[in-house]
Design a protein around this ligand. Structure first.
Ligand SMILES: *Cc1c(COP(=O)(O)O)cnc(C)c1O
Length: 218
């Protein structure tokens, strides 16, 4: 299957209100252009330097999503152009994004990463930490970041029941917050192997790499 065919197949399988972010980490500029020429505009990367190198070479109407774990000292490289930062898991990162966004006279949209998986390795806040963060005066002082929702990753497993349970939990928490925070409009959950379950449970944005571009070998 070609990139174009894979992209069309994914788009056909999802409702119109769900945003597809095509995840291009390790993939070439030519491969990204193939998806771009087929109409795709939202792309995701997990390393700031790789994303910035690609940003410089590619059309400027691409919306770049940072989906990886963040190192604060690299935020400055993407502050001028990033569309949405998904993986906020520390208040200090948010502070740095606010500082860099100010320099560019921008308000940068961000998602808080919620820890939903059973594995020890996944990053993110728990629910109490998120409630505390959103209510803290330190957070309310930040003028140049806008939290528009949540992001989560399910446990890496074939157990569909387990994955569904985790997505359900995240969606429930998201809807609870949405009732209090009108800015909330994005729930980023679902990847190649589980995006149909995620959408079923209320995802509004999926991050899909290998189902479009094939396996990653790097
Ligand atoms: C790589 C990655 C994806 C996409 O994974 P696929 O299984 O290739 O669809 C989604 N989300 C994050 C955070 C990733 O790092």
């Amino acid at each position: 299957m070609s990139i174009e065919n894979n992209l069309q197949a994914v788009l056909k399988s999802i409702p119109i209100h769900v945003t597809l972010v095509a995840v291009t980490k390790t993939k070439s500029v030519d491969e990204i252009l193939t998806a771009y020429n087929a109409g795709q505009r939202d792309f995701g990367e997990n390393k700031i330097q790789e994303m910035t190198a690609k940003y410089e070479l590619l059309p400027k109407d691409i919306r770049w999503h940072m989906i990886g774990h963040l190192q604060s000292n690299k935020v400055k490289y993407m502050a001028a152009y990033v569309h949405l930062i998904h993986g906020i898991d520390k208040f200090s990162t948010l502070k740095e994004i606010d500082k860099q966004a100010k320099k560019h006279n921008r308000i940068i949209n961000c998602l808080l990463q919620v820890y939903i998986a059973e594995e020890e390795t996944k990053y993110g806040f728990d629910q109490d930490e998120i409630v505390a963060l959103l209510e803290s005066p330190e957070f309310k002082n930040l003028q140049n970041v806008n939290i528009i929702g949540l992001m989560g990753m399910a446990t890496f497993t074939d157990n569909e029941h387990q994955i569904r349970k985790e997505f359900k939990l995240l969606a429930r928490f998201y809807h609870k917050l949405q009732a209090v925070y009108p800015n909330f409009k994005c729930l980023s959950m679902g990847m190649s192997s589980d995006y149909l379950i995620a959408i079923d449970e209320g995802s509004t944005l999926i991050r899909v790499g290998s189902a479009i571009f094939g396996e990653r070998y790097l």
